[in-house]
Design a protein around this ligand. Structure first.
Ligand code: FES
Length: 112
């Protein structure tokens, strides 16, 4: 099952840092970097810290608790202690509005 949800206007998202968005059961970290927007699961796969509170470096976010860096494109951690990826959500920007696609694969990965 797939659903697309409008989460914000692009201008409402802060540039260069994350915001947490809750959509149903999904807890999602959304990052705007210039005109690009990325969305990954907000719960760090190591010990569930909120990745939306992490610092952004290029297209990585650093977990605020133990410092693993997650690739915002793939959801894969680039450094320890996290070893498992977080879900990645497809994002589209249409007429200045940001939409997230919630699909089955993201739901499955999030529940792992
Ligand atoms: S909670 Fe994120 S690296 Fe430990």
């Amino acid at each position: 099952m797939s659903a697309t949800v409008r989460i914000a206007a692009l201008d409402e998202l802060p540039d260069g840092r994350g915001v947490r968005v809750d959509v149903g059961e999904h807890r999602i970290a959304v990052f705007r970097i210039g005109e690009s927007v990325y969305a990954i699961g907000d719960r760090c796969s190591h010990a569930e810290a909120s990745l939306s509170e992490g610092e952004v470096f290029d297209t990585d976010v650093e977990c605020p608790r133990h410092g693993s860096e997650f690739d915002l494109v793939t959801g894969v951690p680039d450094s320890l202690p996290a070893t498992r990826p977080v879900p990645v959500y497809r994002v589209s920007v249409v007429d200045g509005d940001v939409y997230l696609a919630l699909d089955a694969s993201a739901e499955q990965k999030e529940s792992i």
